[in-house]
Design a protein around this ligand. Structure first.
Ligand SMILES: *Cc1c(COP(=O)(O)O)cnc(C)c1O
Length: 415
């Protein structure tokens, strides 16, 4: 990658930019929410569109000179609608959290009630956690994962919905390895007269290609991150029907945001076009096969996976049985030393704490982008296992680092 202009004028920042590119090149990025965007997406995001003020929407802006950004935003909108078969798309949310905020602000009043998946069971801060605006502004009740099956406890969701009478039910997750039954959540929402927000954050790419069922057309609102499995520019989006389109647009701007980040919207447009290509279907299919192969290789080595496997791009490993003395943080730290980057994560029935959880979450999107196949994912599973079985042994960590170097060399990222 070419950082020459920065190198000349700001060597300190240039050093960090180059350092980060090298870090991504030389490590295995297995944080499930991360991916490697194409150089085309990076170029669009690094363009002069960052300079442009464009408050409003295509064809109806508060500023002059918007003909080019109008074109870009309209392309992003049209491509999002095509990808998800949606009546309406808003591509301006600066992040997935802002997309959720826009939905809440469109249909809720402060003090209204949200029913959502507990963060410790795979939910997200923006689904009503006390430290987040959503937990401060609204009354929140949460459903959980069934500890036996590792799956969303839809009966608990239904019972809680009848008791709590929420104004909105939030489905979707940050750390759940299975398919979400959007229809079943919608049935409950219909029974209690609640809105349904399907937050497909992580699985925007899987949904785009049909690897995971599409919530659009079932839920009232679907939100998503545009930089996770879909690999487009960084940010969020909202998909909805004609009925809620105006409310959403008005809430995003002027309700909660000022000028849209047009350079990011250009990155979204470019990434969405890539996701419409047939190769992207192969990519998502491979991503799921790779997560399954990784999970199988770890289970063969005695690891316990929440729900016993995966249907999507991530696995959630509960370390308590196989490695009772190793916390998620210990595991993540040792693996990072060996060049494998992932995150500690709470597990259903957590007995430690959110700061010191008992699991690790491992994703396949990044490695699949680099061209890893099932056999290589099984190798990675073996490497992870070797580190965690010998967590204090520096020589093992050094050996695994060499294997990581070989794998990353075989699959260069940005040539
Ligand atoms: C990642 C994520 C979001 C949005 O995250 P941002 O970092 O704000 O883009 C929202 N909901 C869920 C479930 C997520 O996993």
């Amino acid at each position: 990658m070419d950082f020459d202009p920065v190198t000349e004028t700001d060597p300190k920042v240039a050093e960090a930019l180059e350092g980060e590119t090298t870090r991504q090149e030389d490590t295995l990025a297995m944080i499930a929410s991360e991916n490697h965007a194409s150089e085309t997406v990076l170029a669009a995001q690094g363009s002069a569109l960052t300079n442009k003020y464009a408050e409003g929407y295509p064809g109806a802006r508060y500023y002059g000179g918007c003909e080019n950004v109008d074109q870009v935003e309209q392309l992003a909108i049209d491509r999002a609608k095509e990808l998800y078969d949606a009546d309406h798309a808003n591509v301006q949310p600066h992040s997935g959290t802002q997309a959720n905020m826009a939905v809440y602000f469109s249909v809720l009043e402060p003090g209204d009630k949200i029913l959502s998946l507990d963060l410790n069971h795979g939910g997200h801060l923006s689904h009503g956690h006390p430290v987040n605006f959503s937990g401060k502004l609204y009354e929140v009740e949460q459903y959980e994962i069934d500890p036996e099956t590792g799956r969303v406890d839809y009966e608990m969701l239904n019972e809680k919905a009848h008791e709590f009478e929420p104004d909105i039910i939030v489905s979707g997750f940050s750390a759940y390895p299975r398919v979400v039954d959007w229809e079943r959540v919608q049935e409950t929402a219909d029974e209690v007269g609640a809105y349904h927000l399907a937050d497909m954050a992580h699985i925007t790419g899987l949904v785009a290609t049909g690897e995971h069922p599409n919530p659009v057309g079932i839920a009232d609102f679907t939100t998503g991150s545009t930089h996770k499995t879909i690999r487009a520019g960084r940010g969020g989006m909202i998909l909805t029907d004609e009925e809620h389109a105006d409310a959403i647009d008005k809430t995003v701007f002027p309700g909660i945001q000022g000028g849209p980040l047009m350079h990011n919207i250009a990155g979204k447009a470019v990434g969405f076009a890539e996701a419409l290509e047939p190769e992207f279907e192969d990519y998502m299919e491979q991503t799921v096969s790779n997560a399954k192969a990784l999970g199988e290789s770890m289970m063969e080595r005695g690891f316990k996976l929440v729900s016993g496997g995966t249907d999507n791009h991530l696995i959630l490993v509960d370390l308590r049985q196989s490695h009772p003395d190793v916390t998620g943080n210990d595991a993540a730290d040792a693996l990072e030393e060996a060049g494998i980057v992932l995150n500690a994560n709470t597990v259903p029935g957590e007995t430690r704490s959110a700061m010191e959880p008992s699991g690790i979450r491992i994703g396949s999107p990044g490695l699949t982008t680099r061209g890893f196949d099932e056999a290589e994912m099984r190798e990675v599973g073996a490497l992870i296992s070797r580190v965690l079985d010998n967590i204090e042994d520096e020589s093992v960590i050094a050996e695994v680092s060499e294997e990581v170097e070989r794998l990353t060399d075989e699959h260069p990222l940005y040539k």
